[in-house]
Design a protein around this ligand. Structure first.
Ligand code: SF4
Length: 327
């Protein structure tokens, strides 16, 4: 049985159930890299040029950690998932960058995902991908349908139950130690955390931000806890057509949770990310119009845990004070 490596980074948080369903339906085994740790960070950092953003450096570290554990590495070239809405150039170039920087990487499966070129192009990319494992066209088609079904079920599970991708994936993989249950304490504040999934759910990058906030008595809402359609509607209310594929997770989620009257918004991005800086400015502006406290955390490899905790504490103090004043 062929083993397909899936790095636990970038699109992993969004599409893992779909990818697993697809490969398993074609008789392949999937192998996922472990959660980010110091060794993964150091390995990725040593290969990438300094200007590369932290999530992409970590991606290379995850690829390195899987290199001798699989027959193929799955690295789709994500271009677009909506009309005239694009992924950032780093996603598009990911397979080529990996070939250049991680020569020990096994053969890369790199379907081009570009809905701007129409569904026929997507089907042909999926078929070419499936042909590595089966020559039976109808079996590949069935695997693609199972992948779509798994993705929709995963997305629905998160929005219906208000859980994060990490909780949904833990449950899906039946990790008995990690089965999700409601926290015992009733949180006193509600805060929406917005940003890319690979930043807000990678505990190594963000110093366990979600569990830290929960321990501080905060009910945390993230983009996946809302229905995708609701995020898209919230985003289009602002008037401009999306240019980036992930705008719904930032601008849409910001708007959605502002309208839902959360007590505060925290945006999280990595230092030097061009697309994020523009989107976050828009949310900051809307938060000031709603008079909702807003905090932006810009993370990089040097972000200290102590500094982050201090900023969170100061922000939550401000949120509490404002709630008392408005009560
Ligand atoms: S969107 Fe920003 S953080 Fe994400 S890969 Fe591109 S540059 Fe890096």
């Amino acid at each position: 049985m062929f083993k397909v490596g899936i790095p636990r980074a970038l699109s992993y948080y969004q599409y893992l159930p779909a990818w697993e369903a697809f490969f398993e339906a074609l008789g392949a085994e999937t192998v996922v890299s472990p959660p980010t740790n110091k060794a993964i960070f150091t390995a990725g950092n040593s290969r990438a040029v300094a200007e590369t953003c932290l999530p992409v450096k970590l991606f290379f570290g995850h690829v390195i950690s899987l290199a001798n554990k699989c027959d193929y590495m799955f690295i789709p070239a994500m271009r677009s998932l909506g009309k005239k809405a694009y992924y950032c150039s780093k996603f598009i170039g990911l397979p080529d960058m990996t070939r250049a920087l991680v020569p020990e990487c096994p053969p890369i499966l790199d379907p081009e995902i570009d809905l701007n070129k129409g569904r026929r192009n997507l089907y042909s990319a999926i078929y070419d991908l499936g042909r590595h494992f089966s020559s039976d066209k109808s079996r590949i088609k069935k695997a693609a349908k199972q992948a779509e079904k798994a993705h929709l079920a995963y997305r629905k599970e998160m929005s219906d139950r208000g859980i994060t991708p990490i909780q949904a994936l833990d449950e899906m993989h039946r990790d008995e130690d990690k089965l999700y249950s409601e926290p015992d304490t009733s949180p006193s504040l509600s805060v929406a955390l917005i940003g890319h999934q690979y930043v807000i759910y990678d505990d190594y990058i963000n110093h366990r931000l979600i569990s830290r906030l929960q321990a501080m008595g905060v009910r945390v809402f993230t983009p996946e806890m809302a229905e995708q359609e609701a995020l898209d509607i919230a985003m289009t209310k602002l008037g401009s057509a999306p240019h980036w594929s992930f705008e719904a997770d930032i601008i849409g989620a910001g708007e959605y949770y502002l309208e839902a009257k959360v007590d505060g918004i925290i945006s999280v991005a990595v230092f030097g990310c061009g697309p994020d800086s523009m989107m976050i400015d828009m949310v900051r502006h809307r938060a000031s119009e709603f008079r909702t406290p807003f905090l932006h955390l810009s993370l990089d490899e040097h972000t200290s845990e102590g500094g982050l905790v201090t900023r969170l504490e100061a922000f939550l103090d401000m949120v509490k004070r404002r709630r008392r004043v408005c009560a």
